[in-house]
Ligand binder design. Structure first.
Ligand code: SF4
Ligand code: SF4
Length: 342
């Protein structure tokens, strides 16, 4: 996870990255610092979140340099500027635009606090697909999400021709402006079971099938915080992309000095109690899928399964905890339904 800057042209309610003071938001990594981090860490894939990477004046140089190093680059963007800037990039099997799109029009516009944001992002996605780029919409879901709307969103995205869908529950950032819509683990499982059971054949996911089973409550995993190491203007972040318990100057120092055993759901660390986010748990799923035969077989099976589940169908008919409708409903959280380490 390479964060070359934290400034953004949106201010989403669930974002924990753009609340830094102006002098931090002005800072950015140089292309050389980005290349050095990617080489030092050695990961085959480099996701570039932020902030909004397209606001970095040298983002094209950074992306091209990583592609030249044969890194699989997932450049995250809210796509407000994607269509206008598309001609500066070159389609490659190493480059994917990971477009922040939190569901259908009303859901997305509400989540990113910008009316019209969905239409601009979808225009950007269509233009990128047409130009031959790999594109994956990337959705984060919060409490009150309507699973029927998410399933309709999958239909719409696949019809546009995206390569696959990426999704994750939100992390309860202390700094995020909206603190009322982060979910506990039981609610995450219930929501994702409703969304991901009884899949359509047309849906493709750009994620580990075992991670999706984890979200649906079919698997129990602990976190692998070092599975998605994060580098930013502050250095190598301890212990993971989400938490900031210090920084190290080098990747080696981060790996050797972070007490990883103090993180993850089994550790009892309250900061991790409700986290089921892909940056920590998808690496565990990948290790499981490639680390043993039963895991490998489950991964292959999961790739082709439609996860038929009549109980999950009933969940689609049930009212959402905070009322129904296309919007995430702002209001007092239902404390009776709050839960943590379930
Ligand atoms: S687009 Fe991304 S970086 Fe920008 S405010 Fe929204 S969540 Fe944060
Ligand atoms: S459980 Fe979540 S917050 Fe805790 S270390 Fe893992 S990824 Fe980070």
């Amino acid at each position: 996870m390479l964060e070359p800057l934290f400034r953004c042209n949106l201010a989403c309610a669930g974002c924990g990255k753009v609340q830094y003071p102006p002098h931090i938001l002005k800072k950015q990594l140089s292309p050389e610092e980005c290349f050095a981090a990617a080489e030092e860490c050695g990961a085959p894939m480099v996701a570039i979140p932020g902030g909004e990477p397209l606001l970095h004046p040298q983002i094209v140089e950074i992306v091209n340099g990583l592609v030249a190093r044969k890194k699989y680059v997932y450049m995250c963007t809210n796509a407000l500027e994607l269509k206008r800037r598309l001609h500066e990039f070159t389609p490659s099997k190493y480059l994917t635009f990971s477009v922040h799109l939190d569901g259908q029009r009303d859901h997305h516009d509400f989540a990113v606090c910008r009316e019209g944001g969905y239409d601009i992002a979808v225009e950007g996605i269509k233009a990128a697909v047409k130009a031959g780029f790999r594109v994956t919409p990337n959705s984060t879901f919060f409490d009150g999400t309507d699973p029927n709307s998410v399933r309709a969103h999958f239909d719409e995205m696949m019809a546009i021709g995206v390569e696959g869908i990426v999704l994750s529950p939100g992390y309860s950032y202390d700094k995020a402006p909206d603190q009322t819509h982060f979910m506990g683990r039981a609610r995450v499982r219930r929501l994702f079971r409703a969304i991901l059971s009884n899949r359509k054949k047309s849906w493709k996911f750009n994620m580990s099938p075992l991670f999706l089973e984890f979200l649906m409550g079919d698997r129990s995993y602990d976190c692998t915080p070092w599975g998605s190491p994060a580098y930013s203007i502050f250095g190598w972040q301890k212990p993971c992309y989400l938490l900031q318990d210090g920084y190290a100057e080098t990747f080696k120092e981060m790996m050797e000095t972070t007490k990883f055993e103090e993180y993850g759901v089994a550790s009892g660390n309250p900061k991790c109690a409700n986290c089921m986010v892909s940056c920590g748990y998808e690496p565990t799923a990948v290790i499981d899928g490639f680390g043993n035969w039963p895991g490998f077989w489950a991964m292959v099976k999961g790739t082709f399964s439609l996860y038929k589940d009549k109980h999950a169908l009933k969940l689609l008919d049930e009212p959402m905890p905070h009322g129904s409708g296309p919007l995430v409903q702002i209001g007092e959280p239902d404390r009776a339904l709050e839960e943590t380490n379930a």
